[in-house]
Design a protein around this ligand. Structure first.
Ligand code: NAG
Ligand code: NAG
Ligand code: NAG
Ligand code: NAG
Ligand code: NAG
Ligand code: NAG
Ligand code: NAG
Ligand code: NAG
Ligand code: NAG
Ligand code: NAG
Ligand code: NAG
Ligand code: NAG
Length: 477
């Protein structure tokens, strides 16, 4: 498939950055040509009503099954489009098949059902749209997939909504028992573009054990007050490219995780993010390694945490670049993870049974941040941070909400929330840190005494640190 070739050239180019010194990143990612098609069917030809009241599950599934070639062959790359004309298609879980792309047209909404019987038995398969072990699959068309999330709110609350839990069957526990919106599990050559995802009841977009995924020109609108309303969770997957995304949601926006295998080569560029949790978050599921990730040209607005690592389970992280970003982070209610840190890098064992992971070779370059709290860099004994570089980074520190500061956030697990004064950069358990062309600007007046400390570290736990062209100064508001 020619698209694959283009794609691996692109990946190779982007990932060559992580190993060496910074070099310019291409201003635009070249996208592969449109997929060649073998045909198209419309869900209305299979009896879909699109009236938003009747379930169209059977019609949609019949259209997908009819569209999918009986002997899928990824070597041809041929694709059949299942078209949804304008309308509202209420549905139980639909299963996407190999060589099929859902073509949800502008004005068309695929609407997830709100009942537990609308989803498969096992909670691990609760998605409105689910592709399992498929190749050459995707979603596009300019329309919307809607999870009906508001119907899962038991009590609306501006701090945090209280959600329905489908935990009665015992298949999943606690309050994280709701369906996700879209899932690709064990898939190859996934392409999702030009589509909007709204109102997920739980996580929005979930990639599990996938290889070669391209996501571009998508928008995600979750509910800002709904917990676990993640944007894109990339789990145990290789060779993922995300570009031109707009994510406005309650929980973590772009979230690589490792649960049952490693994650290699993830690139995310040209995105806009707002979240009440972390904009980019590694973990906290972190059992295996993360390697070769690039995040470039990303704008992070009014988020609780900008770039975050919550390594807790013994997986190691290496070779990650964050470049060309504007970040603004502020405090929200502390029941949400995050303490207004623009950059937060932590590795510590979740609990007494957990292993310790290392984090090495991180580069932060060309970043401007405005935030209510400083940077937190914390390894642990036996799980150090090593070879971290900050180049051309400007921090502006100012308080503009009334939430209390003065806490270090080790959650989840580890030491939890710990009382501790703020600093521009707090460092613990680090071997090798280079800071070059970094400035910290401090708002005068209104700045509390907790701010009066640019750099905090002890040579006994932080070794081999260099500061070149570091500037710190107060400015008048
Ligand atoms: C990650 O990308 C590099 C560079 O393109 C490539 O050599 C390597 O095979 C990729 N890793 C995986 C697991 O695909
Ligand atoms: C950082 O910015 C400088 C100046 O704009 C630019 O020359 C350089 O290529 C950028 N570095 C990266 C890694 O984008
Ligand atoms: C997908 O493949 C995995 C691994 O081969 C297998 O365990 C699983 O049952 C398959 N799932 C489906 C729905 O075919
Ligand atoms: C999205 O799809 C719509 C409908 O097919 C089309 O008009 C529009 O140009 C597409 N936009 C992009 C960015 O591809
Ligand atoms: C089920 O979820 C509810 C609501 O979050 C919670 O109060 C209850 O403890 C949970 N029960 C179990 C068995 O997890
Ligand atoms: C990702 O690449 C690693 C290293 O080659 C491999 O062990 C793993 O199985 C790959 N995962 C997938 C989903 O292809
Ligand atoms: C950065 O991303 C934005 C979209 O968020 C895009 O409009 C802009 O062209 C990108 N800039 C570069 C230099 O690629
Ligand atoms: C960051 O802000 C500067 C100044 O407003 C702007 O020139 C630059 O394009 C922005 N970059 C991103 C990634 O938003
Ligand atoms: C992380 O790296 C350490 C040290 O190299 C190694 O012992 C450990 O097995 C690695 N963890 C994983 C999950 O591979
Ligand atoms: C940081 O501030 C300096 C001085 O105002 C400016 O020259 C530089 O371009 C800024 N760098 C970034 C990445 O914003
Ligand atoms: C100190 O750290 C730098 C990179 O930050 C590394 O190149 C150098 O080898 C380290 N030196 C020692 C003695 O560890
Ligand atoms: C640091 O800033 C100086 C002066 O602006 C510039 O010459 C140098 O290239 C910068 N260093 C890096 C690594 O970008």
């Amino acid at each position: 498939m020619p698209t694959l070739l283009l794609y691996s050239i692109l990946l190779h180019f982007l990932h060559s950055l992580s190993a060496t010194s910074p070099s310019p990143i291409p201003s635009t990612i070249q996208l592969p040509r449109p997929l060649s098609t073998t045909g198209a069917v419309s869900v209305t030809d299979f009896g879909a009503t699109g009236d938003g009241a009747h379930y169209d599950t059977h019609a949609i599934q019949s259209a997908i099954d009819a569209c999918s070639p009986s002997s899928p062959s990824s070597s041809t790359g041929a694709t059949c489009y299942v078209t949804f004309p304008p309308g509202k298609y209420l549905t139980a879980t639909v299963h996407l098949r190999s060589n099929v792309v859902l073509d949800i047209q502008p004005g068309a909404v695929v609407l997830g059902g709100p009942r537990i019987e609308d989803y498969p038995k096992e909670s691990s398969r609760w998605y409105v749209v689910l592709a399992e072990n498929a190749t050459d699959v995707g979603i596009t068309g300019g329309g919307t997939v809607d999870g009906n999330g508001h119907l899962f709110v038991e009590r609306f609350n501006s701090v945090k909504n209280v959600m329905v839990s489908w935990n009665a069957t015992g298949d999943c526990l606690g309050d994280e028992c709701r369906p996700r919106l879209v899932g690709f599990i064990g898939c190859t050559n996934v392409r999702v573009w030009n589509v909007t995802f709204t109102q997920p009841a739980y996580w929005c977009f979930h990639l599990v054990r996938c290889d070669n995924t391209l996501i571009h020109d998508i928008a995600i609108y979750g509910d800002f007050n709904t917990p676990n309303n993640d944007g894109i969770d990339i789990e145990d997957s290789n060779n993922t490219v995300i570009t031109r995304c707009h994510i406005d949601t309650g929980d973590d926006a772009i979230c690589p995780k490792t649960s049952n295998g490693p994650l290699y080569n993830l690139t995310a560029t040209d995105c806009w993010i707002r979240t009440k949790s972390s904009a980019i978050k590694f973990g906290s599921a972190s059992w295996f390694d993360f390697k070769g990730l690039v995040f470039d040209n990303i704008t992070i607005v009014d988020s609780h945490r900008g770039l975050g690592f919550q390594m807790r389970d013994g997986g190691n992280v290496s070779d990650v670049v964050f470049s060309n970003m504007n970040i603004s982070t502020r405090y929200y209610h502390p029941s949400w993870w995050g303490r207004a840190e623009p950059i937060y890098v932590t590795t510590c064992p979740r609990d007494s049974t957990s292993k310790k992971g290392y984090i090495s070779n991180l580069l932060f370059v060309n970043i401007t941040a405005h935030s209510e709290n400083g940077v937190f860099l914390s390894g642990c004994k036996g799980g150090m941070l090593s070879n971290l570089r900050f180049v051309n980074v400007n921090f502006t520190y100012r308080r503009w909400t009334n939430f209390d500061g003065g806490l270090i956030d080790y959650r989840p697990g580890c030491q939890g929330l710990v009382k501790h004064g703020a600093a521009g950069m707090i460092m613990e358990h680090i071997q090798g840190l280079e800071v070059e062309n970094v400035s910290m600007r401090w708002a005068s007046g209104g700045a509390k005494e907790e701010w009066d400390n640019p750099l905090e570290f002890r040579p006994s736990s932080v070794n081999n640190v260099s500061f070149l062209n570091f500037h710190s100064g107060v400015y008048a508001q």
